[in-house]
Design a protein around this ligand. Structure first.
Ligand code: ZN
Length: 84
């Protein structure tokens, strides 16, 4: 797994990389998400499975299930089994 520049894995409380399926079950998207120790915010790089737009943002999750919203097509994307 490749980390963004300037990020050291020993500083991370959480990191995940997974493929995302669109409504047809095709895995056209990806998400890479990480959280630094001591921070509430999750950072992510997303390739939307629906419109395939790439974007980078951050989010604070209040409750499960965790979802992010595509800034291009507006669809809500479920991040499954976010644990640790
Ligand atoms: Zn989209």
């Amino acid at each position: 797994m490749k980390l963004p520049d300037g990020i050291d894995i020993s500083d991370l409380a959480y990191v995940t990389s997974r493929k995302l399926a669109n409504e047809n079950g095709e895995k056209t998207g990806t998400v890479f998400m990480w959280r630094t120790k001591g921070e509430e915010e999750f950072n992510y790089k997303l390739k939307c499975p629906y419109c395939e737009e790439e974007q980078e943002s951050s989010v604070v999750f209040k409750k499960r299930p965790y979802r992010v919203r595509c800034s291009n097509c507006g669809k809500s994307i479920l991040i499954e089994k976010l644990s640790k």
